[in-house]
Write a protein of this length. Sequence first.
Length: 248
Amino acid sequence: MSGMNGKVALVTGGTGGIGSAICARLAQAGCKVISTCIDETLAAEWQRSMAAAGHDVALVRCDVSSFDDCKAMGERINGEFGGVDILVNNAGITRDGTFRKMTPEQWTRVIDVNLISVFNVTRQFIDGMMNKGWGRVINISSINGQKGQFGQTNYAAAKAGMHGFTMSLAQETARKGVTVNSISPGYIGTDMVMAIAEEVRNQIIAQIPVGRLGRPEEIAALVAFLAGDDAAFITGANIAANGGQHMG
Ligand code: CAA
């Protein structure tokens, strides 16, 4: 992939299912990869297993839902690494439940971690990218931000919000060589999807034309493409990777 060797890539929630595949793919392409984490002990174990597979990933503790945490992370990374070239806003959680049963905590936590975080983190690095005249912001949204999903008013609102953010910021940064795009994965075989009750999950898989869950590596490949120089003309886009479950 052209133009990625030596670039600094920050992946929020890089220790998760899709995040791990993104970190591995960007490290393979020659990036200096940094992942945020919350639990440093668990993350250190993850870091060792990534290293054993040949992928060096630095860790920075940061609760992406906290602006203060993100500010401190920004100061540290901008100082130690000279900024971030490729930012992947990947951190996300679910707190599923029908709207009538949804608590304010379920609503707020999902909006904070999945959407407010995108402001908190991107704000720390966008000036650096624009000043350098090169940058990539890649937001991991979801099929459910495009089509909605029974039991996910909180999650779908946050994921749809990420794309509004993407289109607006893309317009503000285009002249400075910084592209901003979102990817909307469908159902990928990660712990998050495996946590759905089996019967419900099987009904969902039956609605996927390719007949299977996606693989984290299939999302990571798309991230790597958007991060490279070949994707310089793609900005403000929302690229679906959902096995045909939702089209248009
Ligand atoms: N459409 C219409 N009606 C449905 C329905 C659907 N998809 N699913 C359930 N119902 C019905 C139920 O049959 C029930 O009907 P009755 O009251 O007549 O019996 C009614 O709706 C309400 O059901 P409950 O309130 O009892 O719902 P529940 O609490 O048992 O389950 C839920 C709700 C946990 C949200 C469950 O529906 C669920 O797990 N849904 C899947 C959510 C989902 O897809 N999450 C994705 C997580 S992974 C992810 O988010 C990654 C990504 O980006 C894709």
